[in-house]
Design a protein around this ligand. Structure first.
Ligand SMILES: *[C@@H]1O[C@H](CO)[C@@H](O)[C@H](O)[C@H]1NC(C)=O
Length: 321
């Protein structure tokens, strides 16, 4: 028991909250479990599930209680489903061929505090397949123990898009889409007051990358002219991405497209009227030209007619003579 007391102080503060919690848990363990004998120990894994963001790193730390030097121990991280070796630390030559191929080149053993029985495994970069149950296992020459914990792999997708299409005469179909989430995110529709609206349909599909695509549709009455938000939430990180749409605006948009068509029609009308007017003018001008070309001929005829008259007169004159 004297050993036990001398082991408590190193676990206590100086640092902030976390050491306090570890200390509390350690005390709880000490209270609930029989104290291990000489050379015996418990392994304490991460207190809460370890969250790994895809593409980032995750640190799986494990420690011995009571704290003791683990330099000469074997330390292994396993995962349970599928079962396999993630990393193996040993003073002797380690056969890392047993390491699961998907972890090769991605693990780093952090032994800065190994003399206090505190070690960690850094996995980088985290992949979707890394999620699941893990165990860290310590083995001394006389004793072994392990602890299991969860690794939750997650990624937040892109901000959602909203697509509005006319539904029946009286309503709209508002569809919210977002990709790149893991695990399946939650999708919620909210009105301007923050009240949840029930979606008409919702689909969550896994893409080739293993990430989820979500699509949720809401039917909104045209007369409501409400504002709605689509919120997609990563439930592990409690991170939300939201898109807001004002349906009054979209109504206006619809009117606007109608106006655009009207304007196009009017422009076409103006163009065709202009063409008609021009055409008529050209025809009128042509007609005038023809008239003008026609006149001189008539005048010539008149002239020749006039020219002939003196002859007649002369004839008359000669007749008189
Ligand atoms: C080792 O211990 C120090 C002091 O408690 C701490 O700041 C550091 O993060 C620890 N290193 C690892 C790899 O856990």
């Amino acid at each position: 028991m004297g050993e036990q007391r001398s082991d408590i102080p190193p676990l206590g503060p100086p640092a902030g909250m976390q050491p306090l919690c570890v200390n509390f848990r350690t005390l709880l363990l000490l209270a609930l479990l029989p104290w291990p004998g000489a050379g015996q120990f418990y392994v304490i894994g991460p207190r809460a599930p370890v969250i790994g963001l895809v593409g980032e790193e995750a640190v799986l730390s494990c420690q011995l209680s009571p704290s003791m030097d683990a330099q000469n121990m074997e330390v292994k991280w396993y995962r349970n489903d599928p079962f396999g070796l993630v990393h193996h630390y040993s003073t002797s030559q380690v056969d890392m061929e047993q390491q699961m191929p998907e972890y090769q080149g991605r693990t780093e053993f952090l032994k800065e505090n190994i003399t206090k029985g505190h070690v960690a495994l850094r996995i980088r970069p985290i992949q979707l397949s890394d999620g699941g149950e893990y165990a860290c296992f310590f083995e001394s020459s006389t004793y072994y123990n392990d602890a299991t914990f969860q690794v939750l792999v997650t990624v937040s997708g892109r901000a959602p898009h909203i697509h509005i299409e006319p539904g029946n005469k009286k309503d709209f179909k508002v569809t919210c889409m977002s990709t790149g989430w893991y695990p399946e995110p939650e999708v919620q529709w909210r009105n301007h007051q923050g009240l949840h609206l029930a979606p008409g349909s919702e689909t969550k599909t896994m893409e080739g990358s293993g990430l989820f695509h979500v699509e949720s549709s809401l039917t909104v009455d045209k007369s409501s002219r409400a504002d709605v938000s689509c919120v997609v939430r990563n439930t592990i990180l409690n991170v939300e991405k939201e898109v807001h749409v004002s349906l009054a605006d979209s109504l206006f948009l619809e009117d606007f497209t109608w106006i655009v068509w009207l304007v196009v029609l009017l422009v076409l009308l103006v163009i065709s009227v202009t063409i008609c007017v021009l055409f008529l003018r050209v025809r009128k001008a042509k007609g005038k030209l023809q008239e003008e070309y026609g006149k001189p001929q008539e005048e010539n005829e008149k002239l020749t007619a006039v020219e002939c008259k003196p002859q007649e007169k002369n004839e008359k004159l000669t007749a008189v003579e």
